[in-house]
Design a protein around this ligand. Structure first.
Ligand code: ZN
Ligand code: FE
Length: 257
């Protein structure tokens, strides 16, 4: 398998996933069609499928044009998003699997950012859209803190620590600054922030992360950290400080960071 990140719009990533034995490929979250079709041509692969992580325009914006340019493409997304994802042909839910050439793709339903958010698992990689970012998570547009807690900590968090995490936006540097704000003594955060600043200064992408890195640096996966709990108590003295409530407050703090 080869994975090629394609920067789209101002800070989105689409990912071309290539099965090297068959030359077949899928595109995760084509925000726009032009950079995707250019990449498909350059790589000389056969585009077979669109894998949408959720229905937001900055993740499906290229669907219609790609369907015109590559007739017969399968379009995958959550089964509840039939009316919201252009061209959806195969609605999925947790546990559903499909083939991309000889690669097996598994779906995980992880609501929180939207009700129909899904991640795709291929070999030791997961494509998380706007559910899990490096050191962050998406805003709770249609879900609750309990949804996002379960999606990050149980569903995606159930994968091995070595799993590579391919996320939907280049927000890593800002996310780590916030992580440092809520957990200043976390040295994994300060070390990763230094690395990421250097990478961004040279124009490099910060994708992928790993699940191990996320357990160490992502405040939304560290709701039992004493430092974060103390920070939340300061912010909201009446809070019950249960992990889900902690995530809710941390998310609110991030919304206005
Ligand atoms: Zn989104
Ligand atoms: Fe997005």
């Amino acid at each position: 398998m080869r994975i090629i990140p394609i920067p789209c719009l101002s800070d989105n990533y689409a990912y071309l996933v290539v099965c090297e034995s068959s030359g077949e490929a899928g595109i995760v979250d084509p925000s726009e069609s032009a950079p995707v079709s250019a990449c498909v041509k350059k790589e000389g692969v056969t585009l077979k499928a669109i894998l949408n992580t959720h229905h937001h325009w900055d993740h499906i914006g290229g669907n219609k044009e790609l369907l015109r340019e590559f007739p017969g493409l399968k379009v995958y997304g959550h089964k509840s998003d039939q009316a919201r994802i252009d061209g959806l042909s195969d609605g999925l839910d947790t546990g559903d699997k499909f083939q991309l050439g000889s690669l097996q793709v598994g779906a995980l339903h992880n609501p929180g950012h939207t009700t129909g958010a899904v991640s795709y698992v291929i070999e030791d990689c997961v494509f998380t859209g706007d559910t899990m970012f490096a050191a962050g998570c998406g805003r709770l547009f249609e879900g609750t803190p309990a949804n996002m807690y379960a999606s990050l900590n149980k569903v995606i968090g159930g994968l091995p620590e070595t799993t590579r995490v391919y996320f939907g936006h280049e927000y890593t540097e800002n996310n780590l600054r916030f992580a440092q704000f809520v957990e200043p003594d976390n040295t994994a955060v300060s070390e990763k922030l230094a690395q990421v600043k250097k990478a961004r200064a040279s124009g490099a992408f910060t994708t992928p992360s790993t699940l191990g890195d996320e357990w160490r640096t992502n405040p939304f996966m560290r709701c039992e950290s004493e430092e974060i709990v103390a920070r939340v108590k300061q912010e909201d003295p009446a809070n019950d400080l249960q992990p889900i409530s902690v995530l809710g407050v941390v998310r609110r703090m991030k919304d206005s960071f």
